[in-house]
Unconditional design. Structure first.
Length: 377
């Protein structure tokens, strides 16, 4: 039973792309101290923009209308989140610290908010102003991501910045909800998979420092998807062209999904995709909500080790792991897996991350409603 006489502090640690199978090969005493590491299914496809939005807004992609950077109507994902009128989970708290959240593009002056890596260049990436000034003093590496060869140093600077802001915030007022997210775990998987295990152990040490300083009442760890070695790539636009489906279907991006121009050809298209080894999902089976019409009709999912994305300017359908494809060197890169990890919450209660606000149980909600803790500044 929580003590209602003091503010409950809930901490969610976001680790982008953190994978259970890789973690099991590493020495991670701090994460292990938090409880069992469960698998939890990501959104389909397991793309960070949709997955972190599902986590942060407790919603399904059909409720916000995108699975990638942009919706099919041309709106950026942060514009769709605003149009949807959904509320992020941190709005239920009085003094949140939202740090480097990938679906937070435009910070608001509610608690502390630092944008993730898709922050528009014209928008100040941190609010309120004193936080932005503190980050400048720390030489903080703001969005977008920089040199992936420096991922270890970038990660450490982010951890130092979060701990500094947590300390400064606590001088002003106790926080009640903290949600720092670290994307270097995903970047390492994409560009330096050979170095992923020692990096996971570096992350675990940082987790220990965060736990020691924050002294949270409840701690959860979540990743938006998993990661593993890529064995090759499939180019969806080339599939459309080579199969002669240009008049029947189109793709909004190389790894997002297919939109039907001629629904009567759906079964033929699905059969062709299955010949390539794809499992094909229909949007009505995996999405729901008022923006269902904006989502792809067919979502082909190749096995967890095959990355279905290469640049548009190629007519080659299949790429093996020895191909250099744009910025990806497939000898070194990993790909997204459908299942991320969750520590501290029962995965049976999470469906495509809906309800990840399990940290906010009924008692915590009452505390928020009753205004327990320090007064709102």
């Amino acid at each position: 039973m929580l003590n209602v006489n003091k503010m409950t502090k809930i901490l969610i640690l976001g680790l982008d792309g953190f994978d259970k199978q890789i973690a099991e090969k590493c020495n991670l005493p701090n994460l292990e101290s938090l409880g069992k590491m469960n698998l939890v299914q990501s959104t389909i496809p397991p793309i960070s923009q949709a997955a972190w939005s599902a986590i942060s807004y407790g919603s399904n992609p059909g409720e916000f209308g995108f699975v990638y950077h942009r919706a099919i109507n041309g709106q950026f994902f942060w514009e769709m989140l605003k149009i949807s009128r959904l509320q992020p989970i941190w709005n239920s708290f009085r003094h949140p610290i939202i740090f480097n959240n990938p679906c937070l593009a435009i910070p608001e002056p509610h608690g502390i908010q630092i944008a993730g890596w898709l922050n528009p260049p014209s928008i100040q990436y941190a609010q309120p102003d004193w936080v932005f000034k503190e980050l400048q003093k720390l030489d903080y590496i703001g969005p977008p991501p920089r040199d992936f060869n420096l991922a270890e140093k970038t990660f450490e600077k982010r951890v130092e910045a979060f701990l500094h802001l947590e300390k400064e915030h606590s001088k002003r007022c106790d926080w009640d909800f903290a949600f720092p997210t670290f994307c270097e775990t995903d970047q390492m998987a994409h560009f330096r998979m050979q170095d992923i295990q020692p990096f996971y152990e570096q992350v675990d040490k940082a987790v220990g420092r965060i736990l020691a300083q924050c002294e949270a009442d409840k701690v959860y760890v979540i990743s938006d998807h998993g990661s593993d070695w890529a064995t090759g790539q499939v180019h969806i636009p080339a599939f459309i062209q080579q199969s002669g489906f240009q008049d029947a279907v189109y793709a909004s991006g190389p790894d997002v999904g297919l939109y039907l121009r001629k629904p009567k050809d759906k079964d033929v298209i699905v059969a062709k995709l299955e010949e390539l080894g794809a499992k094909v999902y229909f949007k009505e089976d995996i999405y729901h909500g008022p923006f269902l019409r904006l989502l792809p009709d067919l979502v082909p999912s190749f096995d967890d080790f095959l990355k279905p994305a290469v640049p548009w300017g190629t007519d080659k359908l299949m790429h093996d792991k020895h191909t250099r494809s744009g910025r990806y060197d497939l000898v070194k890169t990993g790909s997204h897996r459908l299942h991320g990890i969750c520590i501290g919450a029962d995965p049976k209660l999470i469906e495509c991350f809906k309800g990840i606000v399990l940290g906010v149980d009924e008692l915590d909600k009452r505390m928020v409603e009753q205004g327990c803790g320090c007064p709102k500044s």
